[in-house]
Design a protein around this ligand. Structure first.
Ligand code: ATP
Length: 213
């Protein structure tokens, strides 16, 4: 059975950097699907500006029409802080033997040692890291050590084992970030071509990043 990709994020808002990364990893790794999991209440950062419902609506609009992509709203339905380890543990309960691949950008991977019970993530699934512009694979510190113990260059291993490997892959570099998008919209500029048209429409209609919100 092909692995399931799990792509968590604040998605405040979702943009083509997220979508292209998920699409390339789905194709390259022969994943069965990629599940987008918008965070409810993120532990490591400021609260999102757009409401959970609106972020969820934008992610749903962004993935519509791509059958390999789906949206999992469990973190938004769950009360309290969203921890990836809880999400992965739930998925592991639902898919006891299936390979699960947690998809992360390199910036997110470098922050991993600050995540709640982060080492358990590798007991529950694989970690697939997408290179982002300007970031290097760590060779020292706790991440350097887990790279030595868990790093693999084999896609086959991601299929044959259900958890425990870290695979790093370059993806087309689209230097888009939600932070810059929000700033651009606050300055009255148009996000066209940085987000899907349906997401742009929701952004413009909801005015969720306008100056007074
Ligand atoms: P912000 O600017 O608000 O921090 P972001 O654009 O980094 O947001 P997140 O929702 O925080 O988006 O990211 C979700 C996941 O997508 C993370 O694993 C992150 O590393 C990855 N990601 C974000 N932007 C890109 C991009 N342009 N290319 C590849 N991966 C990305």
């Amino acid at each position: 059975m092909q692995p399931i990709g799990v792509f968590g994020g604040t998605f405040d808002p979702v943009h083509y950097g997220h979508l292209r990364t998920a699409f390339e990893l789905w194709q390259l790794l022969h994943l069965a699907e990629v599940r987008f999991v918008p965070t409810g209440n993120p532990p490591h950062r400021d609260q999102p500006l757009a409401s959970a419902e609106l972020r969820l609506r934008m992610v749903r609009a962004a993935v519509a029409g791509q059958p390999a992509f789906s949206v999992d709203d469990r973190e938004i339905r769950r009360s309290g802080v969203s921890y990836s380890v809880d999400t992965l543990a739930e998925l592991r309960g639902e898919y006891p033997r299936r390979s699960l691949c947690l998809l992360l950008g390199m910036d997110a991977f470098l922050g991993l040692p600050h995540w709640h019970r982060w080492r358990e993530l590798l007991e529950l699934g694989h970690i697939v890291v997408a290179h982002r512009p300007g970031w290097k694979v760590p060779t020292m510190g706790p991440l350097g050590e887990v790279m030595v113990d868990h790093g693999t260059g084999s896609i086959r291993e991601l299929h044959e084992r259900s958890a425990g490997r870290i695979y790093v892959h370059a993806v087309t570099q689209l230097e888009i970030s939600s932070t810059e998008l929000r700033q651009l919209i606050v300055s009255g500029l148009d996000p066209r071509y940085l987000v899907p048209d349906e997401v742009r429409r929701i952004l413009l209609d909801s005015e969720c990043y306008s100056k007074d919100t």
